[in-house]
Design a binder for this molecule. Structure first.
Ligand code: ADP
Ligand code: MG
Length: 768
């Protein structure tokens, strides 16, 4: 370490500048702020720097107080070099050594006098009770006690400067610097400030810049005159008295600061977490209309992000409904297919039990005909509809009546279907149509009633249902079993089954019970033998059951006798059919329901219903889960990027609006920086403010949702929100909250970076 050169016998000068130069670069020009300045300053001095405008006074002061860096030379503080200092070192330096007084005060206008002084003590980590004591003390010293709780914006210039002196004194640093402290004051106030500064200079080094030396002449211990960036005059080089005073006072001051240190939280004296939270929350509400503005922006962001999020969920669910299934054509997401776990037929008891299960809306016993659309046609019209039984019809008839005879049906359709249009609909009723069974049989039906379809239980592909009597449903089901069974026949001990068999079975009223009329090629089962009169065993096997009958081959048909035996004409198209009696046909195919469908009221409660049904011993197959669709794929290909873009857009809109609102904060934060608060701490204070606003906005949002859910609030848009909100689960609220918090912190971080890109002084100059 280098020894002091002030000739006082080994004490270091507080401040020593050796050949210090500072240049400004602007618009390709270099201006020298100060050049090759040599200066030694000590405790006890009241140094007044004068000089014409542009002579480098402010630059010198800013270099000394660590607000500006310097390029050449070396500045020592208590004998320690500072040329290697980085920004953080200068922050620490300012905090430890410098109390700043500014021409335009740099006070926080929205704070009270007390809060302004408190701020610097919080920044320096003083403890609560000590803070109170100190502030009371210092405010008395500067004559501002009675204004402790007055907002700074209400004070006169002279009073403001007293507060800023109080603030500079509060943390008890060795050096007080003041740039034109009386520049904005009338002469009477200026005189008071000059006296006050001289009083405090007894145990400190006070450096004042002024263009009006007269105001300080009576108190100055040393006058320095600047010209063109250089010291032109210095009347106080090693004044013995001043130096002697310095030694005494420094000792006293040294003791003083020893005892001060005990009152700080840490040796370094940094701001406590609690103080940061206090400041953050104080700033939130400090300027109330700004707080309201911020709150409105945040509520807007919350609502916008939620509606984006919920409409994403909503659309995803809607898309999932538009899926398809290759086996169950008449799918709808509220349909559940049931089988009994022992593979037996459903009984009346089963239907009763199922009807009592929670959330079950209706049961369709004839499940297997549900997925077989049938054509209803005459010479003019051909409609396709899904068969249901009349028992399941719960709508209101648009016209006509309920079926009374076996072949009477009700037809339903959507209002906008062609055949339900006004011109057509009247022509549909009371006419006879042909319908076809799965196995090719046909019958005539009469439409006796028409109804609009309940759009909620609509199947997607075809819009209509046809409600048939139970007897007709039995016939349809018989047709399905027949068409979907694998038939095997056994003659003469030989069996032809499955794929290898081309035989089909049909009922024919001309055939007697126990008999069969067979095509002539059954003779192939015999070596040149005769089939007629022999036994034939017919088995039908399908997913649900296996049945067989043993019959006598009563007749063998050929092209010649075909019509006589069967009553049919078209020999070619029937060839290969084995005709049996209605009674035997029923034995094979008139079977009950091995599979039924249940429709639920609320698809969202599906899991409960499934659990109940499974407990009762049914095997369940909810069609909702079987739908094959692209919803996931489409959602991730289109929806996710759109959602991300919208959230990003919101982020930037919010950021720019919030930045505008926070713009006035820039001055506040540069004050904090000039008072020596580290960037990361300033950032935290801003984080706390935005997080506080986010929380309040979120709480208000939740309260609104609660009101909407309790139906206290009404309105068209509100109804829309309430349907949307149905798609929100607890986990979604948590996700939303986290997204908002992250957004608030990102905005705070971005704002902080834009602030810190400039120096504290730069930001401040801009705000002036
Ligand atoms: P004073 O306070 O005595 O009026 P300053 O220290 O403000 O003088 O300025 C000294 C010189 O440095 C002047 O020539 C001024 O133009 C220049 N200067 C000061 N600040 C800046 C700056 N931020 N950018 C460019 N030049 C500057
Ligand atoms: Mg100046």
């Amino acid at each position: 370490m280098e020894t002091g050169v002030d000739g006082t016998g080994g004490y270091y000068a507080v401040i020593q500048l050796k050949n210090v130069s500072k240049y400004y670069y602007s618009k390709g020009m270099i201006a020298s702020g100060i050049s090759k300045v040599n200066l030694t300053l000590n405790i006890g001095e009241f140094v007044v720097i004068t000089g014409e405008s542009g002579s480098g006074k402010s630059t010198l002061l800013n270099v000394i107080s660590g607000l500006d860096s310097y390029e050449d030379g070396e500045m020592y503080i208590n004998g320690e070099e500072t040329s290697h200092y980085v920004a953080a070192d200068f922050e620490e330096y300012r905090k430890k050594y410098i109390g700043n007084i500014f021409q335009n005060f740099n006070l926080v206008n929205s704070y009270t006098v007390y809060q302004n002084v408190e701020l610097i003590l919080l920044i320096n980590g003083y403890k609560k009770d000590e803070i109170k004591k100190r502030i009371t003390d210092i405010l008395r010293r500067v004559g501002m006690s009675e204004f402790a709780n007055t907002k700074v914006s209400k004070l006169s210039g002279g009073q403001k400067q007293r507060v800023s002196i109080a603030r500079a004194l509060a943390k008890d640093t060795d050096i007080i610097v003041a740039d034109e402290p009386t520049g904005n004051l009338d002469s009477e106030s200026a005189e008071g400030i000059a006296r006050l500064l001289s009083e405090i200079s007894k145990d400190k080094l006070v450096i004042v810049v002024t263009h009006n030396y007269e105001q300080f002449a009576a108190y100055a211990t040393r006058k320095i005159k600047m010209h063109d960036g250089k010291i032109a005059e210095d009347d106080g080089v090693s004044v013995p008295n001043a130096a002697a005073a310095a030694i005494n006072v420094r000792e006293a001051a040294g003791n003083n600061s020893e005892s001060d240190k005990d009152t700080r939280n840490t040796a370094a004296g940094s701001i406590s977490v609690l103080s940061k939270i206090r400041l953050g929350i104080r700033n939130t509400f400090n300027i109330f209309h700004k707080f309201l503005l911020l709150l409105v922006v945040f509520i807007f962001v919350v609502v916008a992000v939620t509606s984006e999020y919920t409409s994403y969920n909503y659309q995803k669910e809607e898309m999932e409904k538009l899926g398809w299934n290759d086996y169950f054509w008449n799918y709808s997401e509220d349909r559940v297919v049931l089988q009994k776990s022992d593979d037996s037929q459903f009984t009346e008891d089963d239907y009763k039990a199922i009807a009592n299960v929670v959330n079950v809306k209706s049961t369709a016993p004839n499940d297997i005909i549900l997925d077989r659309s049938i054509y209803i046609e005459d010479e003019n019209i051909s409609l396709e509809a899904y068969p249901r039984t009349v028992d399941e019809f719960d709508g209101e008839l648009l016209m006509g009546r309920m079926p009374e005879k076996r072949n009477e049906v009700i037809l339903t359709g959507n209002k906008d279907d062609y055949y339900f249009s006004e011109e057509i609909v009247n022509d549909l009723i009371d006419k006879k149509y042909t319908i076809y069974f799965d196995d090719g049989r046909e019958t005539k039906v009469k439409i006796v009633g028409l109804a609009y379809k309940n759009s909620e239980d609509s199947s997607y592909m075809y819009s209509g249902d046809v409600f048939v009597t139970n007897e007709l449903a039995d016939e349809l089901r018989k047709g399905v079993y027949n068409a979907n069974s694998s038939i095997s026949i056994t003659i003469n001990g030989k069996t032809q089954a499955g794929e290898a068999s081309y035989y089909t079975i049909a009922a024919n009223s001309k055939v007697d019970k126990g008999s069969a009329i067979v095509p002539e090629d059954v003779s192939n089962f015999y070596n040149g033998g005769k089939a007629k009169g022999k036994e034939i065993k017919i088995s039908a096997k399908n997913l649900f059951y296996k049945k067989s009958v043993k019959l006598k081959m009563a007749d063998i048909y050929t092209e010649k006798n075909f019509s006589t035996l069967t009553g049919y004409k078209d020999f070619d198209s029937y060839y290969g059919t084995i005709f049996i009696s209605n009674a035997d046909f029923n034995k094979l195919f008139k079977q009950g329901n091995y599979q039924v469908s249940v429709y639920v009221d609320d698809v969202k409660q599906m899991d409960q219903t499934l659990a109940a049904l499974e407990n009762m011993g049914y095997v369940t197959l909810p069609l909702k889960e079987l739908l094959i669709n692209d919803a996931g794929g489409v959602a991730s290909i289109i929806q996710v990027p759109i959602a991300v873009i919208i959230v990003l857009a919101l982020f930037f809109i919010a950021y720019f609006v919030i930045r505008l609102i926070l713009k006035s904060r820039a001055a506040y934060f540069s004050i904090l920086r000039m008072l020596g608060l580290a960037r990361k701490n300033i950032r935290r204070i801003m984080d706390i403010e935005l997080v506080t606003v986010t929380n309040i906005a979120y709480i208000i949002y939740l309260a609104l949702i609660a009101l909407i859910k309790k139906h206290i609030l009404h309105g068209e848009y509100i109804d829309y929100i309430s349907t949307m909100v149905e798609y929100m689960e607890i986990k979604d609220y948590v996700i939303l909250y986290v997204v908002l918090l992250i957004m608030a912190l990102l905005i705070s971080g971005k704002f902080a970076r834009s602030l810190f890109r400039k120096t504290a002084l730069g930001t401040f100059r801009e705000e002036e």
